[in-house]
Design a protein around this ligand. Sequence first.
Ligand code: ISE
Length: 324
Amino acid sequence: MSLAVGVIGTGVMGAEHARLLREQTAGAHLAAVCDADEARATAAAQGAAVFTDAHALISSPLVDAVVIASPDATHAGYALACLAAGKPVLCEKPIAATAAEGLAIVQAEAALGRRLVTVGFMRRFDPAYAEMQAARSAGRIGNAVLLHNIHRNLSAPEWFTGAMAVTNSFVHEIDISRWLLGAEMVSAQVAAAPGGDPMMVTMQADSGAIISTEVHMNAAYGYHVHAQLVGRLGTVEMAAPTRVLTNLSNAQSFGFPSNWVPRFTEAYRLQMQAWVDATVAGHSVGASAWDGYVTTSIAEQIVEGMATGGQVALSFPARPALYD
Ligand code: ISE
């Protein structure tokens, strides 16, 4: 049996998820796509059913499971509709535009009593991050005390607001820092350069580890993500983000991509395959709705704290047993 997947949203990420389902995912196929722009949906569908109403796609008998890749503010409503329909969903990050909406998803899933939501924090499937996490959890670098993250984008689109640097971009480091360290965040502090970009965010985990992150939306030279984990016995970090080096004109060089899709191609492919495999087997994989809620809640608390510039003490309600 092949899992019939419907993709909502056919922008940069939705088009890539649709391509993965058409070309590179075993055990699943692209059954339907949805976009308010019907021409864009038809281009991504390549023969699959086309919808312009996301709720019609979610309830369609053509669709067994759903990928949400529409604008951030629509994620929560569609995720709740998937839960109401009892359909597994891979929802792009952030899970919701507000912590309250994220918590509503957690509560709906907990009431259902089974985990149907995976949040698309694809960095957990990136081979470099996975190796760093394995090194830390096997104790190879000793007790992890520092994590240095760099998150640089070439340039931000004009619709990208200041808060989105935290809620849409830095949310990745919130998730990957919790996952790499196996710890929860307890406090955060932000300092911003003149004009607001770049920002330096410092968080502390309940393990005592300190996490520094440069969040840079207009780094000008390319898309560049880097992480270094510092333990009491040694460090582990990503090597240069490239597979090939070019020798030319008296110099050795490699290129940076313009956005995250080429950098994380393998992570997106592995994530889709793992999600399909888990869905077919009836279990869950990757970041949970709880992880989605906590990351959005931390982002929201940081944005609120930026107004005062002080250190934010992070707090959350109790975690439902479904996520133990
Ligand atoms: C974008 O939405 C993503 O999810 C990328 O992975 C991230 O690096 C970028 O900063 C976000 O804007």
